[in-house]
Each structure stands twice: as C-alpha cells, then as structure tokens.
Design a protein around this ligand. Structure first.
Ligand SMILES: Nc1nc2c(ncn2[C@@H]2O[C@H](COP(=O)(O)OP(=O)(O)OP(=O)(O)O)[C@@H](O)[C@H]2O)c(=O)[nH]1
Ligand SMILES: [Mg+2]
Length: 253
C-alpha cells in the first residue's frame, strides 16, 4: 500500500499534539506489540515526553509467546519502566490498564491520558475497551486513525492519536511481519522465512504441508509466504514472539 502520504503527515500531527499537551497529561500509554515490544517502541518518544509518566502497554498478548511476555515483563521491571501485558480485545484489559495507571499517574487529579504508538498496534481498540463502547474506528491495517480525538468517559479523558513511525523503523522486518507497516509482495518470501525461523527450507515445508504446490510439484513459495504472513498476523501459527529481551537466553523454538 502507499504509506508515505499518511505517515509523514501523521507523525508531525501526533508529535506536535503531544508536545503541546504534555503539561496537562497525567500519563501517556505507550502501546507496543507484545510480539516485538522493543522494535515496536517509538524511538523519539522519550525526547517528546520529558518527565511525563509513561506506562508501556504490551498489547496482543493473546498471540505472543507467554514465556517471552513474562521475560519482557521482568526486563521492564529491572529497567524501572512500568509495563503491563494486555489483550485489548478482551474485557479484562480495562482493569489491568486502570490499576497499572494508578501506579504511574502524576498529579493525582489529572485523569487525562494520551495513547501513542506505531500504526496498527491496537491503540483505538484499547481505548474503545477503556470507555466500554465502540467509539473509535479500528481496522487491521496501518493508518486507520486519521487525526487526534478525545473521548471522555467516567471522569477519564482519553486521547487517541494516529500511529507514528520513525523513518528508520519502516524497514524493520518485524514491523512488516506484524503489519505495522505496509509490505511489498516481493518481500513476503523473505519475511515468511524469518517468521518461521527457518528460512526457505521452513517455507518449503510449510508450503508442502499446506498443499501450496505449483505445476510440477514444486512449492509455490509466493502463495505459501502470503499464507504465513496472514496466519502469523491473526495468531493462527500459534503464539510467537519475534524478539527476546537483551541478555535473555533465547528460549524460543
Ligand atoms: N490478536 C489481537 N488483535 C488485536 C488486539 N487489539 C487490537 N487488535 C487488532 O489489531 C488491529 C488494529 O487495531 P486498531 O485499534 O485499529 O490499531 P491502532 O493502533 O489504533 O491503529 P492506527 O489507528 O492505524 O494507528 C485490529 O484488527 C484489531 O482488531 C489484541 O489484543 N489481540
Ligand atoms: Mg487507531
């Protein structure tokens, strides 16, 4: 998909909105993908926020490897970075986020919270969960939220922001695998091999097992790769995490 148009405009938009509002915010929810919690952080965020408290929300924990999520939680704890793992699609997320927020929120009176993060990580889904209604548009592609939007409920004021992306991040294979940035079909075979953690051989085995065969009995790698990407993104390959915390033993399969 053509991403350059919305990306440039929205990064500026979210950044300037956040810089303007940060003196009035009780906290910022930094949404990351539990399957790649470091790669999906926005590198410029610390500089924008200064001393504004941040709660890291590792979303989509339902499709991440639970052992890896636990290792990441230990990592953030050791780094004194408040963090919580949630499934924004499930009702329990609301309570988890609210209780974690109480621990980080500054200015006891400010219940004004902005949500920031890369595209397609579930920011709007999380806010719909926080207010208990489907009020924000969501969708499985980057760039669904077009501009900043406040939603008010139960004394809380939540700010939904469009996804942001640093230029250097746009080429990270993990972001492509997760659907946080668009991909070129030419990249799919390479991405699928990485997702399967076994390159071409793993892709061929997957293709044979699923019957993606071309004429002559060869594996149709392109179709197999498209299936790997789609299955990974909806969690149908099983619960998988794409990166381990620094220094952790790599216990993934
Ligand atoms: N498996 C899983 N999918 C989720 C979860 N939360 C959100 N999603 C899906 O992720 C996709 C993106 O959700 P959105 O809420 O639109 O993401 P966003 O961060 O607001 O995206 P932009 O507005 O484009 O920046 C949707 O297809 C959601 O259904 C979750 O906890 N688990
Ligand atoms: Mg959104």
């Amino acid at each position: 998909m053509g991403t350059s148009d919305w990306r440039a405009g929205h990064m500026g938009h979210a950044a300037s909105t956040l810089k303007r509002l940060k003196p009035y915010l009780g906290a910022v929810l930094e949404v990351v993908d539990a399957r790649a919690p470091e790669a999906t952080r926005y590198p410029g965020l610390g500089a924008w926020l200064g001393t504004c408290p941040r709660l890291l929300v590792m979303n989509k924990a339902d499709v991440a490897d639970p052992a890896a999520t636990a290792a990441w939680q230990q990592h953030w704890l050791a780094a004194a970075q408040p963090a919580v793992a949630v499934v924004a699609l499930a009702p329990a997320a609301r309570g988890h986020v609210l209780s974690a927020l109480e621990g980080v929120r500054r200015m006891a009176k400010s219940r004004r919270v902005a949500v920031i993060g890369l595209p397609n990580l579930g920011k709007s889904t999380l806010l719909n969960r926080m207010v208990g209604q489907h009020r924000l548009r969501t969708g499985n592609r980057p760039g669904v939220t077009r501009g900043p939007q406040w939603i008010l409920a139960d004394g809380w004021e939540w700010l939904d922001l469009p996804g942001v992306l640093a230029n250097a991040q746009a080429r990270d294979w993990r972001l492509k695998a997760l659907g946080a940035v668009g991909t070129d079909p030419e990249e799919w075979e390479d991405l699928a091999g990485k997702i399967l953690q076994g390159g071409e051989a793993a892709l061929d085995a997957f293709g044979r097992a699923r019957g993606f065969l071309a004429r002559g009995g060869e594996v149709d790698r392109h179709r197999a790769a498209a299936a790997v990407m789609a299955d990974f993104q909806r969690g149908a390959l099983g619960r998988r995490t794409l990166e381990s915390p620094p220094g952790a033993l790599d216990g993934r399969e």
